[in-house]
Design a protein around this ligand. Sequence first.
Ligand SMILES: [Fe+2]
Length: 265
Amino acid sequence: MRYGILADIHANLPALEAAVGVLQRRGVDRFLVAGDLVGYGPFPNECIALVRELDATCIAGNHDLIALGHLSDARCIPLARDTLTWTRAVLRDDAIDYLAKLPRTVLVDGRIVVAHGSLDDPRDYVTRPKDARRELDWMHETWPGAQILVLGHTHRVRVWDYSGARRRKFRRTMPIPPESLLLNPGAVGQSRGLRPLAHCVLLDFDAGEASFYAMNYALATCKRALAQANLPPDACHLRPSLQRRLRRIMRRNVRRFRTSLARFC
Ligand SMILES: [Fe+2]
């Protein structure tokens, strides 16, 4: 069985089409979407229509719930709040019906659990080892046969072991381990890296491996549609600040220094 894993589409149709195209060419049997279909981007109705057409198994993200009025936007940044106000005004009835029926968590084929932020709250960010471990423990308690926990929300590609350790040394493909794994595929529609790429994952149980994809898409089309909707054209890509980039470089160098020190000792 091959699962195409998508998250944080954020109403970016060109990015969604690019990711779906890559996964379909690799023979995906079933699509799983870890929430945030809308917000930020200019194509909410079109993205929901495509996700429905794919017959994807989908859960609600915090932006979907805010668009429905089921969650407060108090924790949102101004850009998210403004684009969600616009989204609420343009969402069609069929799209609202679809979003309103989405569960917050789903178990797929007894082995994959999909949620947005955490198993408890779509607004939580799972970024630390102890959070990852807590989520995996919770998954085992609630669904004892489940092996993979898929979360979105951070817009960053991450893989965590059951030990809570973050898997860093993989580039495109890694084997699916027999023990459990927490996997965040990154964002389809709103990259927060240096380059505006669409991310997705192919989880191939036949081959026993997970493949990670990051691709270019028709960014200009998305920016044009944002401008036409009077939304900020950069809403589809939140480039990390210089301060954040420097912090990341420092952390990486400290990690490298510790590793070489441990080897030396
Ligand atoms: Fe998101």
